[in-house]
Design a protein around this ligand. Structure first.
Ligand SMILES: [Zn+2]
Length: 68
């Protein structure tokens, strides 16, 4: 069976867990399954990508979230 693509928040790039369709931190943000580049941030303070994306919390993120 094909696994459903999780949604990602266009505001913080966080990949939403399970069947969530809205980011907890950004209730107004656009969330979409149209994203690219899965990245796991373990320690945001020591991660170049996290700094670049403005990520402050550990978690799973999308490098690019496509918003129309
Ligand atoms: Zn968010």
């Amino acid at each position: 069976m094909a696994k459903k693509i999780p949604m990602a928040c266009s505001e913080c790039h966080r990949i939403l867990e399970d069947d969530l369709e809205q980011c907890n931190a950004h209730p107004e943000a656009h969330c979409t399954s149209d994203w690219q580049g899965y990245v796991v941030i373990l320690d945001p303070s020591r991660s170049e990508i996290a700094t670049k994306l403005g990520i402050e919390r550990a978690g799973n993120y999308a490098l690019k979230v496509n918003v129309r």
